[in-house]
Design a binder for this molecule. Structure first.
Ligand SMILES: [Zn+2]
Length: 91
């Protein structure tokens, strides 16, 4: 299926990831999958009180690249949140 990517808005072949309602180009889908994976790993690392710098070093540049390409561009320069106490936001 060809259409506009929900994330970056460019015309491309689109795919829907499992458990998601948005339809994205392959590049955005790859980033979303990797970000979700790393984020889940990062959350459990922080929860276990382990060192998370390595994960953050992977996660932050990827997140910035993704935000820069997406409709969320204005937020791309915001700092990585320090607050890790909001556990309930991600199920
Ligand atoms: Zn895209």
């Amino acid at each position: 299926m060809i259409g506009r990517c929900d994330t970056c808005g460019r015309l491309s072949e689109l795919f829907r990831l499992p458990d998601r309602t948005d339809i994205n180009c392959p590049e955005c889908n790859a980033d979303i999958s990797m970000l979700v994976l790393l984020y889940v790993k990062w959350k459990s690392t922080v929860r276990n009180g382990e060192q998370s710098q390595d994960l953050e070093a992977q996660l932050v540049p990827m997140l910035h690249r993704f935000l820069e390409r997406s409709e969320l561009r204005p937020y791309a320069n915001e700092e990585w949140p320090e607050d890790t106490s909001r556990e309930s936001e991600v199920n």
